[in-house]
Design a protein around this ligand. Structure first.
Ligand SMILES: [Zn+2]
Ligand SMILES: [Zn+2]
Length: 430
């Protein structure tokens, strides 16, 4: 049996390289997940270029033009500005009234002394979405009047920033918070909620139509042509994908990011983050994420308590969703990362394809664990009725937000190409 049986399933056959020719360097890619060099050109809209060894998508050649993406990003900007200024939820209880805007949750968390959670929620619901949108708008709209070098320096941050824009996850957190609020107060959905949904859909359309490699090439065309260096090691740029002939730490020929053959101290950084997250996982599940005071009765709610309550109320799909996002995903991430790190350190060659797929999965699902943190942030923003009813965040929420953020950093710190580096050249050609 060949060692890479899935190579033939690529939607577009890509041949593993001999050596990339210097004249067509932009047509070569180093797979970010297995390190395989492949030839990807020429562009044909609608085609997907996949790594012949691990199946990672190297280039999704989109059919829609950059103008369509720009229109979607502009629509997202309008929705986002509206969502910033208007409330998205109002409640009436005990003859009093409260409303929540996007920034009310972080503000209340800070006022209650939970600065770290406030900072995390603020970053992923306000800063992250704004940064992602700004990078896209300036890169697409600034062509022709801003220097290509500045646009490239900006655009290289698009992929790293994207997972930290979590309006889609926030809306699920809203759904969970909403079901809890309807039991204790009169709840009105407000206009900004529809703006948030609009932002999410417009950004999904922008992401779905954005051809990242085509945009890099367009920026290349406008740049001053520099001769490609002809000597040096071949190193794929982590930020823009271009294969450079350069030494380590030299800037990428295209986007000027310092080149690294592999992520620096990847294993030790990833282990440190995984171990720290594993330590936080225990108090995150034992201690309450919030304390609810209602008519002089005070109850602490752990994550599991919240899931049981949703199930008792007959909301099984939502209970399943929260269980999956808050208990199963963080635990799976910790176990998968520990397994991958151990196997890589031992230099094992088993299940390379499976491990690479597991890496892609934990990378994709990690951010969805923030649902419970967002739910707490929305509840503390709204339920402030003094001795009648009051909700405060608790130490479990800090630990849980820590688990989510640290595991996301751990996945980013780990370089999956290290798993494949143990293969001898003879194995690779087999
Ligand atoms: Zn690959
Ligand atoms: Zn680059």
């Amino acid at each position: 049996m060949p060692p890479f049986p899935h190579a033939c399933q690529a939607r577009r056959a890509l041949m593993p390289s001999p050596l990339p020719l210097l004249t067509d360097a932009p047509d070569w890619r180093e797979c970010p997940h297995c390190g395989q060099l492949s030839h990807v050109g020429p562009r044909r809209p609608g085609m997907v270029a996949e790594c012949p060894r691990c199946g990672e998508v190297l280039w999704h050649m989109r059919g829609a033009g950059a103008n369509f993406t720009l229109a979607c990003a502009l629509a997202a900007l309008v929705f986002y500005l509206f969502a910033l200024t208007a409330p998205f939820l109002e409640i009436n209880a005990y003859g009093r009234f409260a409303l929540a805007r996007l920034d009310t949750g972080p503000e209340q968390l800070l006022a209650q002394g939970w600065g770290l959670v406030a900072a995390a929620v603020f970053t992923v619901t306000l800063l992250g979405p704004a940064a992602k949108l700004a990078i896209l708008l300036v890169t697409l709209g600034g062509q022709g009047w801003l220097p290509p070098r500045a646009l490239k320096t900006l655009f290289r941050w698009y992929k790293p920033v994207s997972p930290w824009a979590m309006i889609d996850v926030y809306l699920l957190g809203f759904l969970v918070a909403y079901t809890r609020l309807t039991g204790m107060a009169e709840v009105h959905l407000d206009t900004a909620l529809y703006a948030l949904i609009g932002y999410m859909l417009a950004m999904a359309a922008a992401d779905g139509s954005l051809d990242i490699e085509a945009l890099w090439r367009k920026l290349d065309e406008r740049s001053k042509k520099l001769p490609h260096p002809v000597e040096g090691e071949r190193i794929g740029c982590d930020a823009c994908g271009l294969i450079n002939h350069a030494a380590e730490d030299e800037p990428c020929h295209r986007c000027h990011t310092p080149l690294r053959r592999r992520k620096e101290n990847s294993i030790s950084h990833a282990w440190a983050l995984v171990i720290a997250a594993a330590f936080l996982y225990i108090p995150a599940n034992i201690y309450p994420v919030m304390v609810v005071t209602s008519l002089a009765k005070t109850n602490g709610y752990t994550i599991m308590h919240g899931i049981v309550e949703l199930a008792r109320a007959g909301l099984w799909p939502l209970a399943g969703l929260v269980f999956f996002a808050s208990i199963a995903i963080p635990l799976t991430k910790l176990l998968v990362m520990a397994y991958m790190l151990t196997m890589t350190q031992l230099g094992r060659t088993e299940h390379l394809l499976g491990r690479t797929r597991a890496y892609r999965l934990v990378d994709f699902i990690g951010r969805w664990s923030m649902i419970d943190v967002f739910m707490v942030s929305i509840l503390v923003a709204l339920v402030r009725f003094g001795q009648f009813a009051n909700i405060q965040a608790d130490v479990g929420a800090v630990c849980f937000a820590g688990v989510v953020v640290l595991t996301m950093f751990a996945v980013t710190a780990f370089d999956p190409r290290l798993m494949w580096d143990v293969l001898e050249p003879a194995d690779e050609q087999a």
